[in-house]
Design a protein around this ligand. Structure first.
Ligand code: HEC
Length: 151
């Protein structure tokens, strides 16, 4: 029993080591492309929600539920791409994204938390809940872009 557990724990530690290395070894230009791809998809699925929640497009609860669930997953993906090694790469990330990392991470965490609430309201098919939560998510996008993204 103990031996089996030791082997299992060692296996898990090894798997984690491999995952951490995979991130550390990705080339800086690849990390930039990947984080931009994640942001592009976040924009893709956010756009229709923003249109519907602000009344510019007719509300479709199915589409909002699907998009918000995609966003919940996508909102976890860009962040390891803002690795220190990418500082010198050409991108729209401002130097402050690295020098004020705690503030950057705090907004990234808040965005994920607000999107999780949006997803819950969307899956419950609560149009009022989505409309009430939409502004809080939008604020995290704008807040981060204002401080950390070149115009
Ligand atoms: C914690 C910071 C942060 C948050 C939160 C954030 N973004 Fe971004 N976003 C960035 C940065 C930095 C870039 C520029 C990345 C680069 O060029 O490498 C960016 C780029 C983008 C792009 C352009 C992608 C491209 O390369 O063409 C889109 C679209 C985008 N964000 C949409 C959103 C939306 C929508 C939200 C909210 C739902 C959001 N972002 C939340 C930091 C953030």
């Amino acid at each position: 029993m103990n031996r089996i557990m030791t082997v299992a724990v060692a296996g898990a530690a090894l798997a984690m080591g491999v995952a951490t290395e995979a991130v550390a070894q990705a080339k800086p230009d690849v990390l930039v492309k990947q984080r931009q791809a994640a942001m592009t998809l976040i924009g893709k699925y956010w756009g229709p929600i923003a249109g519907m929640a602000s009344g510019k497009v007719p509300y479709n609860a199915e589409a909002v539920s699907r998009n918000a669930t995609y966003l919940e997953n996508l909102s976890q993906m860009p962040w390891d791409g803002f690795h220190e090694s990418t500082r010198g790469e050409k991108s729209r990330a401002l130097p402050e994204a690295y020098s004020q990392k705690a503030k950057f991470d705090e907004i990234a965490d808040r965005m994920q938390a607000e999107i999780a609430k949006l997803g819950a309201a969307a899956r419950a098919k609560s149009e009022a809940g989505v409309k009430a939560q939409f502004g809080a998510v939008g604020k995290t996008c704008g807040g981060c872009h204002d401080s950390f993204r070149a115009k």
